[in-house]
Write a protein that binds this ligand. Structure first.
Ligand code: TYD
Length: 211
């Protein structure tokens, strides 16, 4: 087995960090080694790019620049954090990955799909997650939850229609790649969601051990 790469996606306020924390605890209690990372961000070089991306005015970056910076951060996270951990057979839990660029910069931001595809080819190549969880909920619910955290970032300041397009973008990815992507209704209880997520990961781990 060559590690396991799990990403968590969805709009704002879907409870990704809570679920990532719970999955990490559960895997570690069973003796698995995990590595937690996030995008944009991860290693210090990518966290520096994150600061540029999520702070400042909503129109700080040209759309293409934004897509390039997201992918620059991703290249750093893959080469410095994700791939080394996978080669040590660890389980990588990544808070957002390339599907976020497809949904935010592509579906919502209007970057042409050919550009998104080209960037994916350059940066991600064959290194797609083994499993992607998409925590889905209506935009109003998500923004209300995220707003309640009191740390609104540049993206949460975008319009409701932008976030609606993000949601539809994720659902489209899931429909196109049902093997990899698992859409989870984020309005369920935290425990229910955690159980569903764990069941999918456990099945994958059993499969990859030939069991
Ligand atoms: P973050 O505070 O991590 O938000 P969340 O808690 O919702 O994950 O901020 C990351 C923001 O960056 C988030 O609004 C989504 C956005 N983003 C993109 O637009 N494109 C990308 O490729 C990635 C990884 C994130």
């Amino acid at each position: 087995m060559n590690g396991l790469f799990v990403s968590f996606e969805g709009g704002e306020g879907g409870g990704k960090s809570t679920q990532i924390g719970l999955l990490k605890e559960r895997l570690e209690s069973q003796g698995y080694e995990t590595v937690l990372t996030r995008e944009p961000g991860g290693p210090p070089s990518a966290e520096a790019i994150r600061d540029l991306l999520i702070t400042g005015k909503v129109d700080r970056w040209d759309d293409v620049t934004e897509a390039l910076l997201m992918n620059a951060a991703r290249a750093e996270n893959l080469s410095k954090t994700i791939l080394p951990a996978l080669s040590q057979n660890k389980i990588v839990l990544c808070d957002r990955f390339a599907d976020s660029s497809r949904a935010y910069q592509g579906a919502a931001g209007g970057i042409d799909e050919t550009v998104i595809n080209a960037l994916e080819n350059i940066v991600v190549g064959a290194h797609w997650p083994d499993i992607t969880f998409i925590l889905d909920l209506p935009v109003e619910d998500g923004l209300a939850r995220a707003g309640g955290r009191g740390d609104a970032n540049r993206f949460e300041d975008k319009q409701q229609s932008y976030h609606e397009a993000v949601r539809q973008g994720f659902l489209k990815i899931a429909a196109a790649e049902p093997e990899r992507c698992h859409v989870i209704d984020a309005r369920q209880s935290i425990d229910n969601i955690a159980d569903k997520i764990f069941a999918v990961v456990e099945k994958k781990l059993e499969g990859s051990h030939g069991g």
